[in-house]
Design a protein around this ligand. Structure first.
Ligand code: PEP
Ligand code: MG
Length: 328
């Protein structure tokens, strides 16, 4: 169906151009940043903002949590470097693949089931308080979009918000004035519960990010990144697409941004389908940025259509693979 040669030519011709076409005004392409080594890309690539700053790098590989001051300097750097655009900073997200040594957790606790997101905040509030204070102080250009991980309902949201108001109070007490600065709040949609609660969550917050890596893990009850069960973790499972479609639809109704920032957004071949179901904002690693940009530019001028209804009828991994072979 797709004219690959035409596409390659098209991308070669256009890849140096800044993002300024009609499509890109409508469709946003942002950057995922996971290490300070990637901060430079913020200057180099023509993006629509930082769509996901994973802050775990600050907390890993050390014996004690980073001090508020150290965090402040790091956040200020990225927020200032990108001061004319939004920077979505995710509050520390612990899990089995990201577990700081000083999070003392009883033997046998499954970090992926339970002790994530709000529950980690309740157990280690001082760590989250220091992080929120540092972020609030660094937000001098009002471009901070604060992102709460693993939120499944309004109780989870409240837990994060309580720490945020504690942080504001603590800064006031220290005579640090943040009254004039603005902040936007969003949540990661990465559990089936969050996907089903999307309408309620959207009423409370300014934007959502879809964490498809975890959403898939919890939808399929299969660990991500575990080679023993690799075959079951199918990156484009039809069940995931049904969730994505629902989230995009509710986002559109509410007029709030829905940004897809999981791995699935790094695959060019999925874009016709993702656009067709209404996802309009994506965030990808710098290494994938140019390829995805080319794909979006190409799709803007192509008349290729992908049959979404057919995709929804698929019932197995083999059928999904066959679908992409046939239509891509
Ligand atoms: C996700 O779960 O899709 C996501 C973007 O977050 P992380 O990969 O950091 O868990
Ligand atoms: Mg996640």
């Amino acid at each position: 169906m797709r004219n690959r040669e035409k596409k390659t030519y098209f991308c070669e011709v256009r890849k140096a151009l800044p993002l300024s076409t009609k499509t890109e005004k409508r469709i946003k392409l942002k950057l995922n940043i996971s290490t300070p080594g990637e901060f430079n890309f913020v200057r180099e690539l023509p993006h629509d903002g930082v769509g996901l700053l994973r802050t775990e790098f600050l907390f890993m590989g050390r014996n004690l949590p980073p001090a508020e001051e150290e965090q402040y300097r790091m956040y200020k750097r990225i927020l200032h470097e990108n001061r004319k655009k939004p920077v979505v900073v995710r509050v520390l997200d612990i899990g089995s693949d990201k577990r700081p040594s000083y999070f003392k957790i009883p033997e046998g606790t499954n970090l992926d089931l339970g002790l994530r997101g709000a529950m980690a905040v309740e157990k280690f509030p001082h760590i989250y308080l220091a992080q929120m204070k540092a972020l609030l102080r660094a937000n001098v250009s009002s471009n901070l979009h604060l992102l709460y991980p693993m939120v499944s309902d309004l109780n989870d949201l409240e837990t994060f918000r309580n720490v945020l108001s504690e942080a504001k109070k603590a800064l006031e007490k220290d005579n640090i004035n943040i009254a004039g600065v603005k902040i936007k709040e969003g949540v990661m949609i990465e559990t089936p519960a969050a996907a089903m609660m999307i309408d309620i969550l959207l009423e409370e917050i300014d934007f959502v990010n879809i964490g498809s890596n975890d959403l898939l893990q919890y939808t399929l009850a299969t660990s991500r990144g575990n080679t023993q069960v690799e075959g079951r973790y199918h990156i484009m499972h039809p069940a995931l697409l049904k969730f994505l479609e629902r989230i995009a639809r509710e986002g559109k109704k509410s007029g709030k941004e829905v940004c897809l920032c999981g791995e699935i957004a790094s695959f060019e071949e999925f874009y016709p389908l993702l656009l067709e179901i209404g996802i309009k904002s994506f965030s990808v690693a710098a290494s994938k940025f140019s390829d995805i940009k080319c794909e979006l530019l190409y799709l803007q001028q192509s008349r290729d259509k992908i049959p979404v209804a057919e995709f929804y009828k698929l019932g197995s991994k083999e059928q999904v693979d066959e679908y992409f072979r046939r239509f891509m």
